[in-house]
Design a protein. Structure first.
Length: 109
């Protein structure tokens, strides 16, 4: 039996970013920069989404001297549907509230 899990907040952020312009190819680095997600987290998310058929992938065709070709990502039709349904089911992503400063129990001692 396959267990269906709700996507993580980071995965939802990636899906939402890609859904803003679903026909546009995006580089993983651009998504890292936009979302503030480290590459060590971003690329496994992108690979997992691609393996599930939610992203299509391609290699960059225009070569830039001194830089290797980059991998490109965009949502598939299934990915668009998933992004909209998951986005409707999840509350809007908001930044986490700042932690209140902790008080030590040694005040005035």
């Amino acid at each position: 039996m396959t267990r269906i899990r709700r996507p993580s907040a980071q995965t939802m952020a990636v899906l939402q970013a890609l859904a803003e312009h679903p026909d546009r190819w995006r580089h993983g680095y651009d998504l890292c920069t936009q979302l503030g997600i480290q590459a060590g987290s971003m690329y496994p998310i992108l690979i997992r989404l691609a393996d599930r058929g939610l992203l299509e992938t391609s290699w960059e065709t225009e070569r830039v001297a001194g830089r290797p070709a980059r991998h490109l990502y965009r949502l598939t039709g299934a990915g668009r549907a998933y992004a909209s349904s998951a986005g409707a089911a999840a509350p809007a992503l908001a930044p986490a509230p700042a932690a209140a400063p902790r008080r030590s129990g040694l005040q005035g001692a």
